[in-house]
Design a protein around this ligand. Structure first.
Ligand SMILES: [Zn+2]
Length: 468
């Protein structure tokens, strides 16, 4: 069979004049996307909690995907990893307080370790500056009410704690028992968070001075305990906190790069990031299922980053690309915090960070880009997204502070434009909250391919955007 010249011409132009969309779609397929998500969010990965074996397997999987695409190791990294030193603090197995010889009640150890105290104490109303006048609190435990005359909300009460702690320390007290007149439902939430293991950074020497201070919360709905202590200032409590154990371990950010093609511009980098951890195993649902699979949050997000990496390894851009898959986002954005404090390539070379994180979605005609309006790339992003028939919209729920609740914020703080790319949502309610940190499983998840396509399309291949 002979080829006609017209067919040749067609082949030539289609090879050398691929549109952004064609380039983006040339390597990603719905099957590949499903392949990543179905593995990452499988029950076998047990919710990918930081510090678990499944968390490690997830990091290995991601590193080896990046290896298979032909992305490069980042100089200074440990292979495709950046080691992140962390500390796991197990929850206290015993935590109780007996006040005024009353019945034993639970306390939430906000700060401090194992402790037993049966010594001198002082009651100091709200524990504000004026309450210390004429009082000797040295070496004593201070009992106070949470908040102030005007501050009654739990969140605002928390906001006052640092100030109260400084006052107590300045006056020589050894700790605070704060009596919180709050709704029992809020108390349950607080209590629950202190009955779980916690992960943080290892304490450095500067911080050890605060370790000896203890800060506790006790539920006192109607101020009954506070009123009692205010009138009978003699008899105080016996505090017992025990069973807390600290264990240091190493978790890992997964990192890789693709060098840019332009001799000069390759010194500038665009970061594509997302967190790979989720919340692990927790309270079972009605069916007894206790695995929090994290399909949306954030198997979807890391799949967009993998798709980017595969595409860019094949079709590099003028600027270099840096891929970072963070550990310990769900433990307080720790992996990204560690990265910006210990960058493998100087942060001043980073011109943009496109983070990918997901709570859920309720509109597959959209992509929601948290912080879209904060970057001058807004219009270019909108145009690139429209190549896939989607519409880019900004955060519809600013009251949720999503911009500050994902890894992007640490880059933004360092002056790097860093929006977060999410599946389409028009409000933080209904379908979104139903799945958020709850039923975050694969069944029912709609792989709306355009979402992945436009993520890949947005950046490298849009002539309006970074390639110029
Ligand atoms: Zn997330």
């Amino acid at each position: 069979m002979k080829y006609s010249p017209i067919l040749f011409l067609f082949l030539f132009t289609s090879t050398f004049a691929q549109t952004d969309k064609e380039l983006a779609a040339s390597l990603i397929t719905k099957n590949k996307i499903e392949g990543h998500i179905y593995f990452l969010a499988s029950d076998a990965m047990k919710g990918r909690e930081t510090g678990t074996n499944e968390g490690k397997i997830t990091a290995e999987y991601l590193a080896n995907q990046l290896r298979s695409y032909g992305t490069k190791k980042v100089p200074g990294a440990n292979g495709f990893f950046q080691d992140v030193p962390l500390t796991k603090t197990t929850a206290a197995t015993t935590r109780n307080i007996v006040i005024n010889g009353g019945k034993e009640t639970q306390i939430a150890p906000i700060e401090g370790g194992n402790y037993h105290y049966d010594g001198a104490a002082v009651y100091l109303n709200y524990g504000l500056e004026e309450d210390y006048a004429g009082q000797d609190v040295r070496g004593k435990l201070v009992y106070i009410k949470a908040g102030s005359e005007t501050i009654r909300g739990a969140q605002q009460m928390f906001g006052l704690m640092e100030q109260k702690k400084e006052l107590a320390k300045k006056n020589g007290a050894i700790g605070i028992v704060e009596l919180a007149a709050i709704n029992p439902e809020i108390w349950n939430f607080i209590d629950h968070s202190y009955s779980e293991n916690r992960v943080g950074f290892p304490e450095n020497d500067e911080k050890t001075e605060t370790v000896d201070f203890n800060y506790y919360w006790v539920l006192d709905t109607d101020n009954a305990i506070a009123n009692d202590l205010a009138t009978k200032r003699s008899n105080f409590g016996k505090v017992t906190i025990s069973g807390i154990e600290k264990q240091e371990f190493i978790s890992r950010n997964v990192v890789a790069m693709v060098e840019g093609t332009d001799a000069k511009l390759k010194n500038e980098y665009i970061i594509y990031s997302g967190h790979y951890d989720h919340v692990g195993i927790g309270r079972p649902d009605a069916t007894g299922d206790s695995i929090y699979n994290g399909a949306r949050d954030n198997a979807v997000g890391i799949t967009t980053v993998l798709s980017m990496a595969e595409n860019l390894a094949k079709h590099p851009t003028k600027r270099s690309a840096l891929f970072i898959l963070f550990t310990a986002e769900e433990k307080g954005l720790l992996g990204s915090k560690y990265y910006v404090e210990n960058p493998l390539i100087p942060l001043k070379q980073m011109v943009f960070c496109f983070n990918s994180d997901n709570a859920g979605y309720n509109d597959t005609s959209l992509v929601t880009i948290v912080g879209l309006g904060r970057t001058i790339a807004e219009n270019d992003i909108k145009v690139a997204v429209s190549a896939y028939g989607l519409k880019a919209v900004d955060d519809p729920a600013p009251e949720q502070n999503f911009f500050d609740r994902s890894d992007n914020v640490h880059f933004a703080v360092k002056g790097i434009p860093a929006p977060t790319f999410s599946m389409g949502f028009t409000s933080f309610s209904g379908e979104v909250t139903k799945h958020y940190h709850q039923d975050n499983k694969i069944p029912g998840i709609h792989i709306y391919f355009a979402y992945y396509g436009c993520m890949v399309c947005i950046h490298p291949h849009s002539k309006l955007f970074f390639c110029i």
